[in-house]
Design a protein around this ligand. Structure first.
Ligand code: DGT
Ligand code: CA
Ligand code: CA
Length: 574
């Protein structure tokens, strides 16, 4: 059974959670989490790397011990530490991690003192008002826990997959299906094709000569744990990861209509259908019909043109104004990965990155970039080895030396300066003014009320040396909520001050969201799409940021780092 990086990272995270709940020391817990992070960030398959005999301990965060465990996972599909921990602690307890009030420490307490080992236990204990009596819990927490349990029961706990994880699972599945050889066209549709930041389930469309062998192959994929249905034109399965996949075989002459329909979104489809009705047309997944006679359906372009529209990119199909824009001939010409000329947020060994400045620069140059900004953490972020004034001054000299050496490429002197609680910056202006570009971010005091947080950020942006506000919501998709901040005010404030916002391309972050990208564009505020790379491999994440920007209607001109260096530098002079 070929394991995806996604599966391996999941198992390592599972052990980390169980160890954490068990009260194991943080060093050990973190070693599993770090390895899981490295693996899910990797652009190559671990299974294939091992088959090729590559040494995993060369990867950041993977030592000899973890290396052994990964090999065991790839060989056996699980590993003994996980089995041991699942024997020791009922694994259903991990359901409790979906409750935002609860982390490993609190779960440990619930388990030890109230013998809670699953959601039902917890609900019972909370209803019997036993949870509030625990030290550090209280009535409010108990109420919130009950609300969260209600939410989970209503299906609010429906598992959605981050786009990047969905991609890994999807591509493997599609490759597997294609090996059959009798498939003509195959396309993943739905939210996956629209590049939504999370994907609920996957909708695959196929055209082929005979559907039977395709369906057989689909339901016998070795990752399938449940066949929900199997038919001639449609089958549904659940994969080991919990991902549900619907496969539809459609006739070639309806392919465009089916692709349009199953790409969605539903709201977009309904709006298109309405336009059709105005023209006396019926539009569905089989085609465009006039008086019961099919007049189109082979391509998506045909569908659009029958309602008087040009082709609309999938990322825009949310019925958020794309149809009105298309009617007026005002659709945006969306930014592409090829338009990107550099990366404005990366770390190196000097703080918590894994490679030297030179290695990062060469990797960026190899991608065809013209420039790369080195943005270490500042001293306050001591856990990540943040730089003080003295170390930054040394780094500035080193970058100047490297710029001479590498040539035909520009390393930009920069910093990701921490915004202190009162909105002051963590480094003095004297050193900041030596830099080509300053990006700033919040790392501590994430829990301020919105008004305070907004004030804090705007105060930081008041400093005329600051250029970009990085990961402006601080969220981790599906893991950590964004901090409370009035984003509209921040966007407006950035615009007024001549600052810019960051679209963080890391697939777990992706802030700004699509709607805030659009808002930025509407007020004429430009954004940087940056990877926040901690390794050379992470530079690959740029495409996720570009996808998010495209969903936010951004064009080349809206994105800072599509510009050649000289133009870019002009924008950084406030
Ligand atoms: P997801 O899976 O929750 O991430 O989101 P989608 O957009 O992939 O939604 P899904 O899988 O339920 O359906 C795929 C597409 O099929 C959806 O984007 C539009 C189309 N569709 C599904 N149900 C309906 C419907 O009742 N009416 C219309 N007009 N379209 C539908
Ligand atoms: Ca779907
Ligand atoms: Ca579906």
């Amino acid at each position: 059974m070929p394991l995806h990086n996604y599966d391996i990272a999941n198992m390592l995270n599972r052990v980390a959670d169980l160890l954490d709940i068990d009260g194991e020391n943080q060093f050990k817990v973190r070693s599993y989490r770090n390895a899981a992070r490295t693996i899910s960030d990797l652009s190559r398959s671990i299974t294939e790397m091992l088959q090729a005999g590559e040494d995993l301990t060369k990867l950041p965060g993977i030592g000899k011990e973890i290396d052994k465990k990964i090999k065991e996972i790839v060989e056996r599909g699980t590993f003994s530490k996980l089995e041991e921990m699942e024997k020791k602690i009922p694994p259903q307890i991990l359901e409790l991690m979906n409750i935002s009030e609860l982390g490993p420490k609190r779960i440990q307490k619930l388990r030890k003192e109230l013998n809670v080992s699953c959601l039902d236990d917890l609900e019972k204990a909370a209803r019997e008002k036993r949870v509030r009596c625990l030290e550090g819990f209280g009535i409010k927490t108990e109420e919130k826990i009950l609300q969260e349990i209600e939410r989970l029961k209503r299906g609010g706990g429906e598992k959605r997959f981050k786009w990047a994880a969905a991609e890994e699972i999807t591509l493997a599945m599609i490759n597997y299906l294609k090996e059959l050889g009798n498939i003509d066209k195959i396309t993943p549709a739905g939210s996956f094709r629209r590049k939504k930041e999370t994907v609920g389930d996957l909708d695959i469309l196929v055209t082929c000569q005979r559907s039977d062998p395709v369906m057989d192959r689909f339901v016998s994929y070795d990752e399938v744990v449940e066949v929900i249905s199997r038919g001639d034109t449609r089958s549904s399965v659940t994969l080991r990861s919990g991902f549900q996949v619907d496969l539809r075989v459609v006739p070639d002459e309806s392919y465009g209509a089916a692709l349009h329909y199953f790409t969605g979104s539903q709201a977009h489809n309904i709006a298109i259908r309405k336009l059709g009705v105005q023209r006396g047309l019926k539009i569905n997944e089989y085609g465009v019909f006039k008086d019961e006679k099919k007049i189109a359906g082979k391509t998506e372009e045909e569908i659009f043109s029958h309602v008087g529209l040009p082709y609309i990119e999938p990322e825009l199909r949310e019925n958020r104004g794309e149809i009105e824009a298309a009617l007026k001939g005002k659709l945006p010409k969306l930014v592409t990965l090829e338009d990107i000329r550099g990366d404005l947020h990366v770390h190196t060994k000097a703080s918590d990155g894994k490679f030297t400045i030179e290695e990062m620069a060469i990797a960026a140059k190899d991608r065809g970039y013209e420039y790369l900004a080195i943005t270490e953490h500042s001293k306050r972020v001591s856990m990540a080895g943040g730089l003080d004034e003295k170390r930054l001054a040394e780094q500035i000299k080193e970058i100047e030396r490297l710029n001479e050496k590498i040539g035909d490429f520009r390393i930009l002197k920069s910093i990701e300066v921490d915004i202190l609680e009162d909105g002051a910056l963590d480094l003095s202006d004297d050193i900041l003014k030596e830099l080509d570009i300053v990006i700033c971010a919040i790392h501590y005091n994430l829990n301020l009320p919105a008004e305070k947080q907004t004030e804090r950020v705007l105060k930081a942006l008041d400093n005329s040396l600051v250029n970009i506000f990085a990961h402006p919501s601080g969220r981790l998709i599906g893991q950590r909520e964004p901090y409370q901040i009035d984003m509209d005010t921040v966007l407006q404030g950035a615009k007024e001050r001549g600052c810019f916002m960051e679209v963080n391309a890391h697939p777990d972050r992706l802030d700004l969201t699509d709607t805030y990208c659009k808002r930025a564009k509407d007020i004429g505020l430009k954004v940087a799409i940056s990877t926040d790379a901690h390794s050379t491999d992470n530079l690959e994440n740029m495409r996720f940021g570009v996808a998010q920007a495209r969903r936010g209607w951004l064009e080349t001109a809206d994105v800072l780092n599509t510009r050649p260096l000289t133009e870019l530098m002009k924008l950084f002079r406030r």
